[in-house]
Ligand binder design. Structure first.
Ligand SMILES: [Zn+2]
Length: 343
C-alpha cells in the first residue's frame, strides 16, 4: 500500500488546497519571471511546504508551462515528481545537518542546470543545519548565481539566524482548518473506496492539529489495522489506541459532579487495559474544548485548566497511574466543595 500522504500529495497549484497567500505570491513570480533566488517557507508540519516547493520547481523547469502551471506530463515534471531530476535537489537537514552537503551545493551551483532550465534546491527543516553549514549557505545567498533558487523550509523560524532571513523572501504557511482536513479525509476515503462515518472524520480532523500529513497517516494506520472498508469511530479509536468517547465523558462527568472514587476507578481501568493515561487527559481536554466552543462554560474552563496542570505533572512522572488518581480525586473534591458553597 502506497503511503496515502504521498499518493494524494498535490501535484499542481490547482490541486493544492489553501495557503492562498503563498500560492498567489509564487504564481505571480513565476508568471512574471521574477522568481527570487531564495525563499523561506515557514509554518507548522504538514502544511504543504515541500509539496509547494516541488510544484514551484516543476513550473520553473517545465518546457510546456502554461501561465504558472506546469504540464505535469513531460519528462521534467515526471522526474521532479519522482525525485530524480538532476537540477532539483532535495535535502533534509533533520537527518543531514552537515556542512559538506552545503559545500557541495555551493560548489555545484556555479555550473549551469544540467537537465532543465532552473536549478532548485529544497532544504527541509533547514533550521537544523549546523552553524558552519549556515555560514556556507549564507555565502551562497550573498552571491546568488543566475537560474538558481533556494527554497528553505522550516517549522521553526526562530532558530534561523537573522542574517539568513534578511536575504530570503519569507512565505508563511498556516495550519489547515478542521473543515479543510475533514474535506480531504472524506475525499481520500471515497477515492480509496472506504466508508467512514462522520464521527470518525471529526476525531481524525481534530487530532491532526492542522496538519494534512498527520491526518492521512492516521487514516492509513486505521486502514492497515482494521482491513475493513468501513471505518467507524470505534474502529478508529481502537486502531489509534485512543480512549473511547464513552470513557472520556464518564471521566469528565465524575470530575464535575465530585465523584472522586468513580474517577479513580476509571483511571485504574484505563491503566490495566494497557491504554495511555495521558491519552485520557488529552482526549478529555479535546472534549472540553469542543464543548466550550459550542457553549461557553466558566466551570469547564476551570476544569480544563486543572487538567492542563495535571498533564504537566504527568509528563516526567514515573508512576503516572498513582499521580493521575490523586490529582483527579483532588480536582473532583474541589467541585464538591464549590457546588456545596453555592447551594
Ligand atoms: Zn512539464
Amino acid at each position: 500500500m502506497e503511503a496515502l500522504y504521498r499518493k494524494y500529495r498535490p501535484r499542481s497549484f490547482s490541486e493544492f488546497l489553501n495557503q492562498n497567500q503563498a500560492k498567489i505570491v509564487l504564481q505571480n513570480a513565476i508568471e512574471k519571471g521574477k522568481i527570487s533566488h531564495a525563499y523561506i517557507f515557514t509554518g507548522p508540519r504538514g502544511t504543504g511546504k515541500t509539496s509547494l516547493a516541488r510544484i514551484v520547481a516543476k513550473s520553473l523547469n517545465c518546457p510546456n508551462r502554461s501561465g504558472y502551471e506546469a504540464c505535469n506530463s513531460c519528462p521534467s515534471c515526471e522526474a521532479i515528481d519522482k525525485g530524480t531530476h538532476m537540477d532539483v535537489i532535495e535535502l533534509d537537514a533533520a537527518s543531514n545537518r552537515g556542512i559538506d552537503e552545503i559545500r557541495k551545493i555551493r560548489d555545484a551551483i556555479v555550473f549551469r542546470p544540467l537537465q532543465g532550465i532552473h536549478k532548485v534546491y529544497i532544504v527541509d527543516e533547514f533550521h537544523m543545519l549546523t552553524r558552519e553549514a549556515f555560514n556556507a549557505l549564507l555565502k551562497t545567498l550573498e552571491e546568488p548565481p543566475e537560474n538558481v533558487t533556494f527554497i528553505l523550509a522550516t517549522t521553526d523560524l526562530q532558530k534561523v539566524p537573522p542574517t539568513v532571513i534578511s536575504r530570503c523572501q519569507v512565505i508563511e504557511f498556516k495550519n489547515f482548518s478542521q473543515n479543510d482536513i475533514s474535506d480531504l479525509i472524506r475525499k481520500v476515503a471515497s477515492l480509496e473506496h472506504l466508508r467512514i462515518d462522520e464521527k470518525a472524520v471529526e476525531i481524525l480532523a481534530r487530532r491532526a492539529n492542522g496538519g494534512m500529513r498527520d491526518a492521512l497517516a492516521m487514516l492509513e494506520q486505521v486502514v492497515r489495522f482494521s482491513h475493513e472498508k468501513t471505518i467507524t469511530s470505534d474502529t478508529l479509536q481502537e486502531a489509534l489506541g485512543l480512549i473511547p468517547t464513552g470513557v472520556v465523558t464518564d471521566y469528565l462527568t465524575a470530575l464535575r459532579s465530585g465523584r472522586a472514587k468513580e474517577a479513580m476507578d476509571l483511571i485504574d481501568r484505563i491503566y490495566y487495559e494497557g491504554k495511555d493515561i495521558e491519552g485520557l487527559i488529552h482526549s478529555t481536554l479535546d472534549h472540553i474544548e469542543a464543548k466550550i466552543t459550542e457553549n461557553f462554560s466558566e466551570e469547564l474552563v476551570e476544569l480544563g485548566d486543572r487538567l492542563i496542570s495535571l498533564l504537566r505533572e504527568l509528563r516526567y512522572a514515573e508512576n503516572k497511574r498513582v499521580i493521575c488518581k490523586m490529582i483527579s480525586a483532588r480536582i473532583a473534591s474541589l467541585f464538591v466543595k464549590e457546588s456545596a458553597t453555592v447551594e
